[in-house]
Write a protein that binds this ligand. Structure first.
Ligand SMILES: Cc1cc2nc3c(=O)[nH]c(=O)nc-3n(C[C@H](O)[C@H](O)[C@H](O)COP(=O)(O)OP(=O)(O)OC[C@H]3O[C@@H](n4cnc5c(N)ncnc54)[C@H](O)[C@@H]3O)c2cc1C
Length: 294
């Protein structure tokens, strides 16, 4: 099913993101975990396209297998990194025949050791170009990325919103946000998108924190701000990953309960292939929904 059909039917989506594991055993573990995931009844899962386009074959193999062997709906990430337009087209052509109906069209990050994205010769420069190509040549539901705190390379928040509007005009039918830790950043972003006439569903990306060092690294790479009080707790328990995981569950639970009450179109969990925290956060959300006044 296309994700756009879910939104058209009034559904607010819950989705889980995975990256392709390095080893065959890792892939088997991922599929072994699917019955547990299925209990939470996600509307779809998504599989990332590794930095540098390096996991392309694995990504495509996994999404195809999800379609063949499970009842889960899936979205395949596709980036423009290190590929010509023809190579991207080859990848897209493997998805349709496997009944993959949803694609997240991305530019991708600069390769390791590079400080800015340089499109390969014969490749795409911006995600909006890829998205326009997909819209004009394929029959996928198309998503795009967005950044509540602005993309790191954008000169300003307004410029970022203007480029996002182009992405939607080029064919992005829904958007998924970068992770963020302060819902006010998301609400301010939603106000900006409204001013710019961006009217597609915007799914909030949520990452339940697993470790202090890891989240500080991720946050600095993607430009997400860790609020001072949260950062102080992470510092206090920096050597205790179990305690940090509980802090992450508590913080994400509060975040998603607030987002849900405020009408968010969907929640997309960056699971980092570790589903325990995501499932706990969802249990908390379901308990909160059950106790909310009608
Ligand atoms: C939900 C989500 C999933 C992701 N999955 C992956 C993944 O699977 N693999 C991976 O490698 N990365 C992934 N990323 C990371 C993403 O690829 C990077 O953040 C990348 O730096 C930006 O991607 P984009 O698609 O937003 O690019 P773009 O939309 O092309 O934007 C890149 C920059 O260019 C600017 N820009 C856009 N259009 C123009 C224009 N016309 N003129 C001038 N400037 C412009 C934008 O404001 C931004 O600063 C994901 C990010 C998100 C939020």
């Amino acid at each position: 099913m296309k994700i756009t059909e879910l939104f058209e039917s009034g559904k607010r989506t819950i989705s889980f993101e995975f990256f392709p594991p390095n080893t065959e055993q890792g892939i088997e573990n991922l599929f072994g975990n699917i019955p547990t995931l299925s209990k939470m009844d996600p509307d779809f899962i998504s599989v990332t396209y590794g930095a540098g386009g390096g996991t392309r074959d694995k990504t495509i193999g996994i999404v195809r297998r999800v379609k063949e062997q499970t009842d889960l709906e899936v979205m395949c990430h596709v980036t423009c990194v290190a590929q010509t337009k023809g190579e991207v087209e080859d990848a897209l052509n493997l998805l349709g025949p496997a009944n993959v109906e949803n694609v997240l069209g991305l530019r991708g990050d600069p390769g390791r050791g590079e400080d800015r994205f340089v499109p390969p010769e014969g490749g795409y420069q911006y995600a909006s170009e890829l998205i326009e190509h997909i819209r004009n040549n394929h029959d996928f539901a198309i998503g795009g990325a967005c950044f509540p705190e602005g993309h790191l390379e954008s000169p300003s928040l307004e410029a970022d919103a203007a480029f996002l509007k182009r992405k939607v005009d080029a064919g992005a039918q829904f958007l998924v946000t970068q992770l963020f830790f302060d819902n006010d950043d998301y609400y301010r972003f939603m106000e900006r998108t409204q001013r710019w006439g961006i009217d597609v569903p915007i799914i909030a990306g949520v990452l339940p924190i697993l470790s202090t060092g890891q989240i500080r690294r991720f946050a600095s790479l993607c430009g997400a701000r860790i609020p001072g009080d949260l950062d102080a707790k992470l510092e206090q328990y920096a050597e205790d990953d179990n305690a940090v995981r509980e802090i992450g569950i508590e913080h994400s639970s509060r975040q998603v309960e607030d987002l849900w009450r405020n009408g968010v179109a969907g929640l997309h969990f960056y699971t980092l292939n570790r589903t325990y925290s995501t499932l706990k956060v969802l249990e908390n959300l379901n308990a909160d929904k059950a106790s909310a006044p009608c």
